[in-house]
Design a protein around this ligand. Structure first.
Ligand SMILES: Cc1cc2nc3c(=O)[nH]c(=O)nc-3n(C[C@H](O)[C@H](O)[C@H](O)COP(=O)(O)OP(=O)(O)OC[C@H]3O[C@@H](n4cnc5c(N)ncnc54)[C@H](O)[C@@H]3O)c2cc1C
Length: 393
């Protein structure tokens, strides 16, 4: 492939999930030449496996970096969805559908009451629904209301959803139109460095060259970073899912119950998930996790008892040790960058990540401060951990 001495691309993305594609889309829209290289099929890892829940973002100025990222992403999603549809004809099913939060147990009700304060403080609209209101507004859960006398629920009208496989298709189509080069089934073995620069990305005997390199390989990011001396707290966290198909759509809002949820699609499909497991890079499903998800989803929405189960799957979320993604420069490599570790929120935070990373890499002022997301915090942790190991008796 490319082995020229003059960098042919302004930017190379190492990994083509929703994060790599969003940065590619933003950068190519601004005139950069972009190369995306993926070890597998573009967009078919965590970004395909996810549910596409986009919880409402703060509407007042947020101080917390996570809330700033969420709020910016939330503001950008409708605009990206519209632009992608205009440019590609693909509807990514971004919908402001609302989100329901069920408080079935006393502990859940206590958590959600606390959440209500948090929603209020962040200027997010929320309604507390009585059991009677819930049964009226969402008849598909009426039997849950009958069997659980203490049930309380909260409804957040500005929660949204996105059909992630369609969103990926739209991003890929838009990137193609913008001239982005996308190469699949090509695992980058190594980033080669010289002094304070990354000079190429090695794939077997081939070398890809670019002016800038950005690691966007999700749960696998550490595999490229470790060999160049950069430690992060990124690790794979498996989540499992069940896909049902109803004859027709029976509800449109996302139903949340703790870490479990039901996410409807416009055509009658319903996704049920999920769980969090640290099992390395194993993306197989297990009946140990799938069975309780099925049991909970059919108890919550009995209509699913007669629905077809079309498919089950598992995906590897890029977890980070402090739940913040890594966004910024791969110091000391001045042309090396990272955007990875978005854990349970990568589909949601992808729009802000695309914009912020382009702003950062092109030397512009970023919409929000990226310091809290810098990679050095991982290195500090790494140092602390190795000191701890060394000092153990
Ligand atoms: C079950 C489940 C439910 C989820 N639900 C939601 C949700 O409701 N809302 C939400 O916002 N998020 C959700 N997420 C999280 C979200 O899917 C992820 O945070 C997001 O997809 C991460 O995107 P990414 O591009 O970083 O990673 P990925 O999509 O995993 O992409 C990384 C890519 O890098 C490639 N790669 C790896 N190593 C190399 C290499 N050496 N060379 C080249 N390419 C490489 C991989 O092949 C892969 O395609 C969910 C995730 C799962 C698993």
């Amino acid at each position: 492939m490319h082995s020229s001495t003059y960098p042919p691309y302004d930017l190379m993305l190492c990994g083509g999930g929703v994060i790599g594609l969003s940065i590619a889309y933003q950068s190519a829209s601004n005139g950069w030449t972009v190369l995306v290289v993926d070890a597998g099929e573009i967009g078919k890892a965590a970004s395909w496996a996810g549910a596409g829940i986009l919880p409402a973002g703060a509407t007042i100025e947020a101080l917390d970096p996570i809330e700033q990222l969420r709020s910016l992403s939330h503001r950008l999603h409708p605009e990206w969805s519209r632009r992608l549809r205009e440019q590609t004809g693909i509807d990514n099913e971004f919908r402001q559908c609302g989100g329901l939060y069920l408080g079935c147990t006393a502990a859940e009700r206590a958590t959600l009451s606390a959440n209500q304060m948090w929603w209020d403080e962040h200027g997010i609209r929320v309604e507390s629904w009585s059991s009677a209101e819930l049964a009226l507004k969402l008849p598909v859960v009426a039997s849950l209301v009958e069997s659980n006398t203490g049930l309380q629920s909260w409804y957040v009208p500005d929660d949204c959803r996105l059909r992630n496989p369609r969103h990926i298709s739209a991003l890929v189509a838009a990137c193609e139109r913008l001239g982005v080069t996308m190469i699949e089934n090509t695992r980058i073995d190594q980033l080669k460095t010289h002094g304070d620069r990354i000079v190429s990305a090695k794939v077997g005997t081939r070398e890809f060259q670019a002016e800038r390199y950005c690691v966007t390989s999700g749960a696998w990011a550490s595999q490229l970073l470790g060999p160049i001396g950069i430690e992060t707290g990124i690790l794979p966290v498996r989540g499992q899912m069940v896909l049902y198909k109803l004859d027709k759509p029976l509800f449109s809002m996302v139903i949340n119950d703790g870490h479990l949820y039901l996410v409807p699609r416009d055509d009658g499909y319903v996704l049920a998930g999920s769980c969090e497991e640290e099992v390395g890079f194993d993306d197989r499903t297990t009946s140990e996790k799938i069975d309780p998800i099925k049991e909970w989803s059919m108890k919550t929405c009995p209509a699913l008892t007669t629905a077809n189960i079309e498919r089950t799957w598992a995906g590897l979320r890029p977890g980070s040790f402090d739940s913040l993604p890594y966004l910024g420069t791969l110091h000391p490599f001045e042309n090396g960058f990272i955007a990875a570790g978005h854990f349970r929120h990568g589909l949601h935070w992808s729009t802000a990540t695309g914009l912020l990373m382009y702003q950062w890499m092109s030397g512009q002022k970023t919409e929000i401060d990226l310091k809290p997301f810098c990679v050095q915090r991982g290195q500090t942790l790494g140092t602390k951990l190795s000191t701890f190991k060394e000092s153990k008796p």
